[in-house]
Design a protein around this ligand. Structure first.
Ligand SMILES: [Zn+2]
Length: 347
């Protein structure tokens, strides 16, 4: 071995050693499984997603109206629940009667006064990462189900260790971050609340009669603080932006794109929030992630698992450039590496 070769070899050993911990994490994947009304399709009411960190920590994002209850076999262990806002299609004011297969338009639901977020938190001992007022409201729903008050999540050195022994509240405000870590995990999962430009009114049907009657007199509603989106930094380096319901706003670029450098975006395509041109601008020019998942489509977006020509979702997909768009197909798990590239389930 000549001298320069030996130096080069030594250098690569050093680089490999430096890289060992972080590069190993980089290659691990975050698994995202949408749980909609109809397996194999992206249907109008679909919102819920289970997101699993490589450490085994499992999040449920916006339970909504497409789960059959706390015992929905698709849900499993849930350490943390994220609820972007109080609207019924996110907090879960209805329960799906049964998971369908095939066509989107036959999902039947029944009213759920306890809320799906509350029901699952109570049954799975989940932490709720929500705005303060949302936490107070959901905490009471959980208390009613369990017969015990819902406390704040136990924190040590700024982190919550999961799994938890009881449901708990990890509330914060816009810009606030909560950290969760599985025992022995090298890195915590960090969840930051970010701005959403929307509304946060609780459906009156979820309020007790006394409150409802007071509001009825003046035809008013209750708003539980501001709505939110989330930036979640996973232990493999993936930075996911979960938009919540929102119109286009400047912080998508300055905060989510430039500062947090989100490399995966789960974008809600509600027609009262964005046009498909605006949604594409969010992807192409504001957030600029490596990959996009399209959800909250309020239409039958797929037929036999393929984008329906003429759908808004197909229009959005065609307008997004330089990055793939994956429709959030119910029951289909997409796996993302630390760089935001889909490495399994992406066909
Ligand atoms: Zn919505």
């Amino acid at each position: 071995m000549t001298m320069p070769t030996r130096i080069r070899a030594a250098r690569s050993v050093a680089v490999l050693a430096l890289c060992a911990a972080s590069c190993m994490a980089w290659g691990q994947t975050v698994k995202i499984t949408p749980l909609g009304s109809n397996t194999g399709e992206l249907c109008g009411r679909d919102r819920a997603m289970v997101i699993e960190d490589p450490s085994g920590l499992r999040l449920l994002y916006d339970p909504g109206q497409t789960l059959t209850g706390a015992n929905d076999a698709r849900v499993g262990k849930i350490d943390v629940i994220l609820v972007s806002h109080a609207h019924g299609d996110h907090i879960g004011d209805r329960t799906l009667k049964a998971v369908g297969t095939g066509a989107c338009d036959n999902a039947e639901t029944v009213a759920n006064f306890a809320t799906m977020a509350g029901e699952i938190a109570a049954a799975r001992n989940s932490a709720l990462v929500v705005m303060q007022q949302m936490g107070l409201f959901l905490g009471r729903k959980i208390e009613t189900l369990r017969g015990k008050p819902t406390g704040a999540c136990p924190e040590k050195a700024g982190e919550v260790t999961t799994p938890l022994a009881a449901p708990c509240l990890a509330t914060t405000h816009t810009g606030g971050t909560r950290k969760f870590r599985m025992p022995n995990a090298a890195n915590a999962v960090e969840i930051t609340m970010v701005t959403a430009a929307h509304d946060n009114t609780i459906p009156r049907e979820l309020l007790h009669e006394g409150t409802r009657k007071l509001l009825d007199a003046d035809n008013m509603s209750l708003t539980l603080g501001p709505p939110s989106g989330y930036v979640v930094r996973f232990s493999n380096g993936l930075v996911a932006y979960l938009s919540g319901d929102t119109g286009m706003h400047a912080e998508m670029k300055s905060v989510v794109g430039d500062y947090y450098k989100a490399n995966l975006m789960v974008l809600n395509l509600g027609a009262t929030a964005v046009t498909m041109q605006e949604a594409a601008h969010i992807a192409n020019d504001l957030v600029r992630p490596a990959s996009v998942i399209a959800t909250h489509v309020n239409e039958t977006a797929t037929v036999n698992g393929k984008l329906r020509p003429g759908s808004r979702t197909a229009e959005f997909t065609a307008l997004v450039t330089a990055r793939p768009v994956y429709p959030a197909i119910s029951g289909k798990t997409l796996e993302f590496n630390g760089a935001g590239a889909c490495v399994a389930g992406c066909d």
